[in-house]
Ligand binder design. Structure first.
Ligand code: URA
Length: 435
C-alpha cells in the first residue's frame, strides 16, 4: 500500500477500503504522506465523492488519530452540539445552560472564529475574567457539579483534521460533503459525548447553499454517528440572513443573555429551543422531542436557564454580575447609524458579506492567532422581508477605529437586495434528520 496508489484509486473513482483510509490518515499525521499528496487526494475526493462507508471510515480514522476525551467520569448521558458555522450564531450560550438546567450534562469544547463566521470561544472571552482553558479535571468536576462547561479545544485532539483542514482551506476543497462530514464528526467523536445535536446551516451565509446538499450532509453525519455508537440529530436551519440582530462578540453574548431572559429575537429563540429540546431528548431527560420542548421552554420562561448561565460563567471565573449589560461594560468608542436611502422590501441579505464586514471591523480574524476586538460589531434593525421607509434605521455599526468604521460604512449598502414585493418568508427551521 502506498499514498500514490490510494490517490490514483480515488482519482479514478474507486471506493477506498478501510485499510487504505487508515493508512493514508496515519501517514498524514506521522509525516509519511506529504501535504501535496493530501492536497491531491482531497481534490480527488472533491470530484469523485465518497460512499457512506468510506466517509464513516474516514471520520473514525481521523477521530482516533490523536487523543480522545474520556468523559466517563461524568455522570449521566453527555450531550454536545455543533454548528457548521454561520453569521450571528450565538446558540451555544443559550442552549448549554438550558440543557444543564434540565439536568443534562454538557461538556463542550468549542472553537475560535476564522473567516466570516464567528467562534464561540471568542464570544465567551468577551465576558471579563471568563476562563476558556480549564484542566481536564477542572472541566469534568465542573460538569459533575453544575452540568455545564464550555472550554476551548486544546491538546492533541484530532491532529489529522488540523492538518487536512489547513490543506483544504488553501486548495479549494473545503466544500466537499464527505470531507465536511468527516471533519466535523471526527471532532465530535473525539470530544467524547454520547449524544450529538448538529445545527446545519443552509443558505447564502453557509457552506451548504441549498437544502438538498444540507440534507445529504446531515444524513451522512447521522450515519457516521451510528457507526461510532453515538446518537445524532441534525437540525437544518436557515442562514440566508444572520441569526438574531447582533453580530460581534460582546454584542452576541448580550443577545444570548437577552434571549435567556425572554427578550431575544424570535428566530434565535425558536432555533435555541429546538436545538435544546433535541439535546434534552438525547440526554434522556424527556420521553419525546415535544415534551423536551415544553421542558426547555419552561426553563427559559422561569429564568432557570439564565441562572444556569450565570452559574457557569462564575464557575469559570467570569463576572456574572456584568452579564446583563455586557455590551456596555467595554463599549466600542464609535458608532455609525445606517439609514435607508430608499423605500421597499429587503428581499435578501448578503449574509457572508455582513460576516466579512464585521470581521474587518476587528471582530474576527483572517488568519489563526490574530487578536480580535470584542466590542465591535453590528446591530441589525431591519432584516429580510421587512418593509422599509426612506430614512429608517437599518443598522448601527460599532467600531474602535475610524478607518475601519469608514470601510464598513461604505461597504454596508451592498449587503441589501431590494424588491417592491414582500419576498417569500422562510422559516428558521428547514428540517431535521435523526437516527
Ligand atoms: N467545519 C469543520 O469543522 N470542518 C469542515 O470541513 C467544515 C466546517
Amino acid at each position: 500500500m502506498n499514498a500514490e496508489n490510494i490517490i490514483r484509486s480515488k482519482r479514478d473513482g474507486r471506493e477506498l477500503t478501510r485499510e487504505e483510509i487508515e493508512y493514508f490518515i496515519k501517514g498524514l499525521v506521522g509525516g509519511k504522506v506529504a501535504d501535496y499528496q493530501a492536497a491531491a487526494w482531497a481534490m480527488a475526493v472533491y470530484f469523485q465523492g465518497m460512499t457512506r462507508r468510506e466517509t464513516s471510515d474516514l471520520a473514525l480514522a481521523m477521530a482516533y488519530s490523536g487523543e480522545v476525551m474520556d468523559l466517563s467520569a461524568i455522570e449521566g448521558i453527555k450531550v454536545d452540539k455543533h454548528s457548521t458555522g454561520g453569521v450571528g450564531d450565538k446558540t451555544t450560550p443559550v442552549v448549554v445552560p438550558l440543557c444543564a438546567a434540565a439536568g443534562v450534562p454538557v461538556a463542550k469544547l468549542s472553537g475560535r472564529g476564522l473567516g466570516f463566521t464567528g467562534g464561540t470561544i471568542d464570544k465567551f472571552e468577551s465576558i471579563p475574567g471568563f476562563r476558556t482553558e480549564l484542566s481536564q479535571q477542572e472541566f469534568i468536576d465542573q460538569v459533575n457539579r453544575i452540568k455545564a462547561a464550555v472550554i476551548s479545544q486544546t491538546g492533541n485532539l484530532v491532529p489529522a483534521d488540523k492538518i487536512l483542514y489547513g490543506i483544504r482551506d488553501v486548495t479549494a476543497t473545503v466544500d466537499s460533503i464527505p470531507l465536511i462530514a468527516s471533519s466535523v464528526m471526527s471532532k465530535k467523536i473525539a470530544s467524547g459525548a454520547d449524544g450529538i445535536v448538529l445545527d446545519i446551516k443552509v443558505g447564502q451565509g453557509a457552506f451548504m447553499k441549498d437544502l438538498d446538499s444540507a440534507t445529504e450532509l446531515a444524513e451522512s453525519m447521522v450515519a457516521i454517528g451510528l457507526q461510532a455508537g453515538r446518537r445524532v440529530s441534525a437540525v437544518l436551519s436557515d442562514m440566508n440572513r444572520p441569526l438574531g440582530q447582533a453580530i460581534g462578540n460582546a454584542l452576541e453574548i448580550q443577545e444570548a443573555v437577552d434571549t435567556l431572559r425572554g427578550q431575544g429575537p424570535g428566530d434565535l429563540t425558536e432555533l435555541c429551543l429546538i436545538l435544546a429540546s433535541h439535546m434534552v431528548y438525547l440526554g434522556g431527560a424527556a420521553p419525546s422531542i415535544e415534551e423536551a420542548h415544553a421542558l426547555v421552554k419552561g426553563l427559559l420562561a422561569s429564568g432557570q436557564g439564565y441562572s444556569k448561565l450565570c452559574e457557569m460563567v462564575a464557575a469559570q471565573g467570569g463576572q456574572a454580575e456584568d452579564l446583563e449589560r455586557i455590551a456596555t461594560v467595554n463599549p466600542a468608542r464609535l458608532q455609525a447609524e445606517i439609514r435607508s436611502e430608499r423605500a421597499g422590501y429587503i428581499e435578501s441579505l448578503v449574509t457572508d458579506e455582513i460576516g466579512r464586514i464585521v470581521m474587518r471591523l476587528g471582530a474576527g480574524r483572517e488568519r489563526t492567532g490574530e487578536p480580535i476586538d470584542h466590542a465591535v460589531g453590528v446591530k441589525l434593525y431591519r432584516k429580510t422581508g421587512d418593509l422599509v421607509e426612506v430614512n429608517d434605521t437599518l443598522a448601527v455599526i460599532m467600531a474602535n477605529d475610524p478607518g475601519k468604521l469608514e470601510v464598513a460604512r461604505k461597504a454596508w449598502p451592498g449587503v441589501y437586495n431590494w424588491g417592491d414585493e414582500p419576498p417569500l418568508s422562510r422559516p428558521i427551521i428547514l428540517g431535521t434528520v435523526s437516527d
